[in-house]
Ligand binder design. Sequence first.
Ligand code: PRX
Length: 647
Amino acid sequence: MSDHTIQSVSKESRVFEPPTDFAKKARVPTREAYDNLYRQSMEQPEEFWGEQARNLHWHKPFTKVLTWDAPHVKWFEDGKTNLAYNALDVHANGARRDKPALIWEGEPGDQRTFTYHELWRETCRFSNVLLSLGVSPGDRVAIYMGMVPEAAIAMLACARIGAVHTVIFGGFAAEAVRDRVNDAEAKLVITQDGAYRRGQLVVLKEHVDRALEHCPTVKSTIVLRRTHNPIDFKEGRDHEWSELMRNAKAEHEAPALDSEHPLYILYTSGTTGKPKGVLHTTGGYMVGTWLTTRDVFDIQDSDIYWCTADVGWVTGHSYIVYGPLLNGATALMYEGAPNHPDPSRFWQIIEKHKVTIFYTAPTAIRAFVRWGDDHVEKHDLSSLRLLGSVGEPINPEAWMWYRRVVGKDKCPIVDTWWQTETGAMMITPQPGAISTKPGSCTLPFYGVSPKIFREDGTEAGPNEGGLLVIDRPWPSMFRTVWRNEDRYLSYFEKFPGKYFTGDGARRDEDGYFWVIGRVDDVVNVAGHRLGTAEIESALVSHAAVAEAAVVARPDELTGSALVAFVTLKGNRSPSPELKIQLLDHVAQEIGKFARPAAIRFADALPKTRSGKIMRRLLKDLASGNTSQGDTTTLEDISVLAKIGTEE
Ligand code: PRX
């Protein structure tokens, strides 16, 4: 990382003011209103957050707002609350009782709607199911499901009884499920027979069966029937969702949990070794997701809000389930792919459900651009009033297309920068208050103090690229890496006591942030955050492979694409069949979405004298750059010439 200089070449100068009509009705209607709130949050953080948090229900009010003993933080420490109570009970037993909480659209076209009262009752019932299977506060529960309402119900029920959920993205293979379940030492796995994805069946239960051969902590599973494919059922271990629910009471009183009670673990990729279990706790996360959802999405009671993320990623946690429900909003959840049965599916859903707020990822936007405007234009999207983007930098042209073709030049766009570790949005416009510039995530949210640092820890000047660091604690920040405190501490080592995000960025002359992307060996491929180290170790676990280095190259559609450089063991030689085998192997070990776009065989990898692989050179090779940069530290210059080109 230390040989990294960051150059930001973007010369974007377009500025879009918040539309007057939008601003007039917005929760934060002017730049001045935002500035005041932000100033207060910086000057008097404890008063600010204390006042905000009191908008939610506390079973026992807190007297202490913040305890910061860098890098450890506690928020609302002596308070007691219950996130599920705030997300459901307060609405279900009040004016929003019959308001839709969740509208669900299945990939085959089926539909279900849960009012707040219904979602509350289902969650209470499932809480009793969990209790009946012996799940206690603090126990870990793995949720390996597709995009079905029951995934949200399972998460909410865990939060309600104080069990710690760990949602495992349904695209992961059995081996990845096994590793996560074992790291979390989960007691219970909740899954489905199968899930629909682009018309295909994903055999989730089968993957669970394979994973559980090596998961000694798991005592039981709960299986939801969705696709009705035949599955094996292990007597004594496996339980039917529907049967358990039929026998469970719908009454459950939400217990008072400590503000710092662990809420969930979500595995995400890091630069080295295994995925890390990012741990979020209750009170601070609740306040952070509630307030960002309210002010960034400008949530109003009449909104139909749709976030297209998967519940297996943090965006699904914070902005499909927790944030919207805490606000009493109506959230839409879609089970399937954007191009099933055809590339107009998203637009058809927006028209059908009269979606008003649409939150998606740049990789999806670039795919829509490629599929053509016709698919968008043949649908009535006049219900839309706000668009959002998350997951990776959005290139200005994609931003402009989103604004023009989807938003018809009338919807503001919120480009929201944040991470699994931050729990909630960190740098983002507030749509009624902040002018936007295509490609910039604009200004910090309340209480967020981002800085651009040079390598030596001094602050970079305007428009000077550097490392994005957050130098104050915020309520929804992660509290540790599960059972790996050292990895938590490593985020605060480069700049002692300050959180280093792993991203490069610059701040322009107006104070706007432009995130350039990761500066470490973490890559974003089609919105999936992957550690190159994980893919390398998957490759090396194949019998033919001696060594592997995976780097990213820019890709028009997916943002980045992975290129794997592989050296083989002495007795093996490169072949097209072996390439396919290696790709299948990665799919098997991690999941199909992690398969490299290209594999290049090499006799040796370029290394420094101390044996460190020179990824910078491989990146140049992968991107087809002729300039090889500085090779003075390269041990054996001839290896570069021997690295095969791509067929
Ligand atoms: O590099 C940044 C990029 O996604 C990373 C975080 O990935 P993950 O933890 O999977 O969370 C994704 C959803 C919040 C960041 O370090 N990223 C996320 N949002 C943006 C972004 N890069 C630029 N602009 C964004 N709006």
